[in-house]
Design a binder for this molecule. Sequence first.
Ligand SMILES: NC(=O)c1ccc[n+]([C@@H]2O[C@H](COP(=O)([O-])OP(=O)(O)OC[C@H]3O[C@@H](n4cnc5c(N)ncnc54)[C@H](OP(=O)(O)O)[C@@H]3O)[C@@H](O)[C@H]2O)c1
Length: 278
Amino acid sequence: MSFRLSGVMGWPIGHSRSPALHGHWLKRHDIAGAYVPLAVQPERLEQALRALPALGFAGCNVTVPHKEAAFRLVDHVDRSAARLGAVNTIVVRPDGTLEGRNTDGEGFLRHLEACAPDWRAADRPVLVLGAGGAGRAIVGTLADMGVGEIRVANRTDARAEALAAEFGRPLVAWPWTRRTEGLADCSLVVNTTQLGMVGWPALDLPLDLLPPDGVVNDIVYAPLETALLTDARRRGHIAVDGLGMLLHQARAGFAAWFGIEPVVDEALRQAVLGSMPP
Ligand SMILES: NC(=O)c1ccc[n+]([C@@H]2O[C@H](COP(=O)([O-])OP(=O)(O)OC[C@H]3O[C@@H](n4cnc5c(N)ncnc54)[C@H](OP(=O)(O)O)[C@@H]3O)[C@@H](O)[C@H]2O)c1
């Protein structure tokens, strides 16, 4: 196979963990290729995307602040991207057109399955905190999996209500101030807000009402161990961190660009953790 190229477009881009992640897989599979950080200003995104085929790129990732703009600029989108109105992975098709995908929901699901193999979607309600971009991807995935009731609580209640109105059942808007009560009977709670991230306050969510077998998933990955996860482990719940979602969402892009299905394992986790600022 000829030399293959991919990368990640963002502005700024220095914070991205994707070059370390894909770089690990390229080395591990001894692939003749490269995955590079691409600092692209918002006003030059269209120019940069259109240059991909001419530069010989197999595709790229797009990250903050380009995900919605890229959705409008690509030629084709998959179902996940269409539902979210945002693209995080682009594949250059053989005819030079650009296909946009969104792999966040898939990444969330694969990591949840790996960490909590006995969790069953149909069992009981799920509480999702946050109705931003990541929250949207996750509620869409949970709905596809057959969760019967997805309670969405968001600081700005109107945003949760709008999401519930857009998706319909199984989503129900749950008041942010009553989020703790939303844990009752749940098989899973997912934090998709920024709360708990470095530089942000912790999420205030006492877990007393969560049934003992309830799974706690925090998609924040900096820090890896949030106060929410520490509390969950202390109480004996399965605690699912955010790094695995990040790693799993990258798999589809790598497979499309470099032709190999990569695995998420401890060596990859360590490579990505080692690339993070202390
Ligand atoms: N692990 C992964 O692979 C992965 C992937 C994507 C995102 N993430 C993480 O997920 C988080 C959200 O990302 P996003 O892209 O969805 O961001 P986003 O679209 O900007 O949404 C932010 C969410 O956080 C809520 N929020 C912000 N400040 C808050 C506060 N002080 N109190 C309560 N809620 C607050 C917002 O509520 P309002 O609507 O009220 O503003 C909104 O629901 C980030 O920490 C990000 O790093 C992880």
